[in-house]
Design a protein. Structure first.
Length: 255
């Protein structure tokens, strides 16, 4: 039976084919055999999880020895401060995600491949932007001086698609067959798409040589075109984030 499911898994990742194969194979048996240790099916488990998406809780149910379904949520926040092109950003990095995964286990409990969906992606970076009066900064490759009487200020935000496919692999399982306590790990990637940055600035942007001829950053078309160019630069510089790596460890209990 175990080899039969290993063969089906290697041929296809289509869940319906995996489930159908189990159904047809199991129909020839008089009754399902109990699991190791006399534990019946289905089984339910819950775990605490630490990952590159934050800290969270995950629960799952085992459908067969070779197929589990699990879901969970994670959260984490961090408040970095950084400077880019003379603009100071007081930021907040916020992770808020919820995932649903199907664990395909061709070798029973010790290894899994888990395609799934991040059904909610609230990951984002928000920041307050500021440039002290009289200080030089640049937008889209063009330099300006922040107006001493009306310094540059504003906000920025980077977001991603609200849902995204993901795939994980790992050792161990959330819902073990022959024991109650479980430890497992995941490694994989979320295909969350390219980031989208919005930058809003106000205050005065002055000529970089004389410090005069100050323009309103919020309304002047020339400044706004440079703001758009800066947004494009940030998006290009962070394009790699469309493939977000996932590293996770979980410790749980099967009921």
């Amino acid at each position: 039976m175990q080899r039969r499911f290993s063969f089906v898994f290697l041929l296809s990742f289509v869940f319906s084919a995996t489930i159908a194969s189990y159904a047809f194979g199991g129909g020839a048996e008089a009754a399902p055999a109990p699991d190791e240790g006399g534990i019946g099916r289905p089984s339910f488990a819950i775990a605490f999880k630490s990952s590159s998406l934050g800290m969270g809780v995950e629960s799952g149910v085992s459908i067969t020895r070779f197929l589990d379904v699990r879901g969970g949520f994670s959260a984490f926040s961090l408040s970095p401060t950084f400077t880019d092109n003379g603009i100071r950003y007081d930021g907040t990095l916020r992770f808020r995600t919820a995932q649903v995964l199907v664990d395909l286990k061709p070798f029973s409990d010790w290894f899994h491949i888990s395609p799934g969906m991040m059904i909610y992606n609230g990951n984002q970076i928000t920041a307050k932007a500021s440039v002290p009066g009289g200080q030089t900064f640049s937008l889209g490759g063009t330099s300006f001086i922040s107006d001493p009487t009306n310094p540059i200020n504003g906000s920025g935000k980077m977001t991603f698609k609200k849902s995204a496919p993901m795939v994980l692999v790992g050792f161990g399982t959330l819902v073990p067959h022959s024991r109650h306590f479980t430890f497992y790990n995941d490694i994989g990637v979320v295909f969350q798409g390219e980031p989208k940055t919005v930058l809003n600035l106000a205050g005065g942007a002055c000529d970089p040589v004389t410090g005069l001829l100050c323009l309103n950053a919020a309304t002047d078309p020339t400044i706004q075109s440079q703001v758009q160019a800066e947004q494009t630069t940030i998006n290009n510089d962070t394009k790699i984030a469309k493939y977000y790596p996932v590293f996770a460890f979980g410790f749980g209990f099967r009921f």
